[in-house]
Design a protein around this ligand. Sequence first.
Ligand SMILES: [Fe+2]
Ligand SMILES: [Fe+2]
Length: 331
Amino acid sequence: MSIKNVRLEVMQAIEPKVEGFIDEFLIPTEKIWQPTDFLPDSQSDDFFDEVEKIRGEAKELGYDFWVTLVADTITEEALPTYESWLMDVEGIDQHNGKENGWSKWVRAWTAEENRHGDVLNKYLYLSGRVNMREIEITTQHLISDGFDIGTDRDPYKNFVYTTFQELATNISHKRVGKMAKKKGNPLLAKMCTIIAGDEMRHHLAYREFVKTIMGQDPDGMVLAFADMMKKKIVMPAHFLRESGGTIGEAFEQFSNCAQRLGVYTAQDYIDILKKLNDYWDIGNLRGLSEQAEKGRVYLMKLPERLQRISERMQFSQEQYTFKWVEANGML
Ligand SMILES: [Fe+2]
Ligand SMILES: [Fe+2]
């Protein structure tokens, strides 16, 4: 059987379980937080006082911080790219007449994710520290440019990617929240922490999808995992650009900011990989095909290899001035 047909069969075999995954890992719409819970209530007489407070607190935050928060927000705002990409993955079928668990998952996941960009965007707007028009242009560019994460339409590779990325976003939102708290911005801290909580639930879900597939098709799953790690997991916003810039130009500069700030680093990438190797028990998998066994050995050796490389890695300390944030003399 071709790889594509095996994938389809495995996705169909797991599909009845997806309803259970939705119940376990997502929160019903009526019960989950909404952006407004963390923002000044515009119907209240205190609205302007609360906005004033946000603007005052925001003055304590430095340049790299704002750049990172802006890029995190834009990454969340590019959600249409992720939903349309996932809907096109092999086995995720929205057209087969009856309700397909996988497409239901993608829609429900999207609906949760959509709140992230919404709350952060409104916060940035109220903060008065950033150039919203430039941010909006970048967001429009990013959605229009799309992305290429190297997963094709392969569900195995896509689920490795989402497992990895959900944990990466959990880490970065959590750290931004901690910094905001330390600098006396409690409302922003709460927002970032609650978003980080969503990302963690999503990570646990995608991690479970991969584990379930591993039980059905270990050879195929290990090879897909190894293949994704060989290509490297790119960030969903790797095409980021500013107005007048070319595709991807702003991304490297933003990565330097995040690295300098310690919000998301090369070490985090290695730590995530180790966690995935552990959870999917790559070290103890036996009885694989010859090719998959090679992939398994590669995955087991990879963290150490990346560790050696990261120790030699240099990243720029030079401050690049983004159009999104005016230079304010604060790092
Ligand atoms: Fe998110
Ligand atoms: Fe996410």
